[in-house]
Structures are given as C-alpha cells and as structure tokens.
Design a protein around this ligand. Sequence first.
Ligand code: FEO
Length: 394
Amino acid sequence: MASREIVKNVFAVGTINWDLRYFDAIMPTPHGSSNNAYLVRGSEKTAIVDLGEPNDEADFITNLMRLDQHSLDYIICLHAEQDHSGLLPLMLEIYPMAKVVTNETCRGLLFEMHNLEGYEERFITIANGETLSLGDKTLKFYLAPWIHWPDTMFVEIVEDRVLFTSDFFGAHYASETLFQDDNSPDYLEAAKRYYSALMMPFRASVVKYIDLVKKLNPEYIGPAHGPVLRMPTEIIDLYADWASDKPKNKVVIGYVSMHGNTKQMVNFLVDDLLQRGVPVNQYNLLDTDTGVFGSAIVDAATIILATPTVLHGPHPAVVNASYLIRTLRPKAKYVGIIGSFGWESNAVPYLQDMMSTLGAENLNSVYIKGIPDEETIKNLHVLAETVAELHQTL
Ligand code: FEO
C-alpha cells in the first residue's frame, strides 16, 4: 500500500493485505483487509494516527520512509487492539521523541498488551473534547467507548473536516483506490459483514455515536480498516438503519440436514412463507461462511434454526450459529426452532437458551420424531401463518 494524500498534508500510510482470509483467526475476509494509519503534518508538529500489527512492519516503515518521515511528535492511539497498536513498541524505539497520546482506558490496555516498561513518561492522557495543536491543524478527541472496545475514541482534524473513527465505519475490504466513492455491492457486502461482527453487539453505542458523527458532519471518514469514505452520508445512513431497533420483514433460516427430514421441513416452511409474501432466506450452515450468516441476521425480524439431532443435541454447525446469534445479538423479534430427532433430544431448550440474549419471543417449535408427517406439515403451516401475522405488525 502506497502512501497516499487524503487532503493536504494528511496521508494514508497503513498497510493492505489482499490475501487475508480470516481476521483475528475468526472472521472470514473474502475481500482481504487493511490496517489503516494516517500521518498528519501540521505546520509545527506531526502526528500519526494508529499504527498496525507486527506483520505490517516492513510495509508500514516503507510508507513512512517514502514520505521522509524521520521524526514524529505524537503517536495517537485510538484503540489498543493489536491490529492497531502492535507496532507501538517498535515506533517508540525508532521515534525517540514521539509521545503517545491516548485516553486513560486505552493507556491501561496498551500497557497490558505490550511490554512498555520504562515508557511511562512518554504517554499523554487526554479526555473527551480535548484538543492538541499541530500548528495549522488542530486535533480534537472524542471518547467513543464500546464501539467495540471500552477504549475506543475518534480524533478530528478540525480545519480539514477529517474524522478518524478507529474501527467504526470500517470494512475488511482491500481496495485499489484510497476512497470508496461508488459503494460497490462488494464493498457494501464487506461493510455489512464487518458491522455485524464488530458493531452489532453494541447497537446502543452505535446509535449514540452515529448521532455524534452526524453532528460533526465530516467531509472524510478515515476508519481503521478499508477505504477512506468521502462525503460518507450513505454509509452513515446504512449504519443508522442497521443499528435501529426496527427489523425488516424478513425471515432467516439457518439449517443442517443429515438424512433429509429437516431439509423437507425447511422446504415446506420456506414455500409457505413465500406464498404468504414473507421474504425468507435459507442458509445451509455446513457451507455458509459465518460472515454471510452474520450479515443476514442484521435486520431479520425472525430467525429460525433448523437442526437434526446428533446424539442428544443439535448439530454442531447449528450450535455454532446459535453461538453467533447469542454473541452478535441481532435485533430479531422472533426466534424459532424446527427439526427432527431419533430417540431423544435437548435441541429445543438448548437452542432457545443460546438465543435468549436477544430477548426475542420464542415461536412454537416444530421438533419431531423421525420423518415429517401430516401433523408436522400442519404445524409448519401454523408456524408460517404465525410469522406472517407477526410481521404485519412490524
Ligand atoms: Fe481493528 Fe478492534 O481492532
């Protein structure tokens, strides 16, 4: 990734990883990603906003050397997670005059995650609303905890209307362009799967900080991952929609079928819902990437898990999906369970408990012994009818 100028004397100097396929060893990243860092040159002082991780070292230092950046006054740490702070010990060593500027929570986390003994005097702790002058550019800090860690904050270059938002508004999306101007389907897909994994569990905070960003009205948003957003109203509106309490008239069914019984039930339920005009998407959890399923549940009003039985419980892939739902906490209002078992199963109470963090209403489950029969079809018909009626009230 080359060093590229966003506005006069503000450069993107982070690194891009085209081949990354899993972020944090958990999140599928089919579009790659980037660890962004930004160099801000004022008339008197120079600061860098965020860094990168140890694997980024060669590219990152190369970018700074391309700009002949042989000294730094400030290293701004917006968030302590290692993808942004991993190079901090190295930077403190090679830029001996640089002070680290961060908030109290982030400072504590940085000392816990890195060996920074002896560097205590080089930290400056700032509070919400404080400013730091670089001469003709002023940095203003906004604490924004819980999007998605307790330490996160934004920094604004006041004169340039550039806002650096850490992970907020990011995307795991390796882009050949510095700016994301066209909001291509691939980019929007990447942005939504990123939102679902990082931001959805903190929807209340997301709503709060969308309001702050709207008030600041930046011309550019520089997130910690993915392209820089120029005139970013579309992505701000999308975040507002995703984070709102109002789900869409949509059903998501995640399923696994071992011998075809559960799949027959899914087929019937999907057909019936479609006949009733309720949009529904089904995902075979054996071969659906968790980012796709995570994106699907962002705005669905109803989530249904369909599982066969493995020994006494649900299929492991369905357990994994229920854990994803439990952790990401989408805004679904209704959850349901269908499937089949051989001799016994605890799948229904297990999955209901896993999804209980949503506070959603449990629909009547249709969990049968053996193959679907007329009674099963009737109960699935009632389930579809119930969902259609409930969705009328959204
Ligand atoms: Fe991109 Fe929360 O680190």
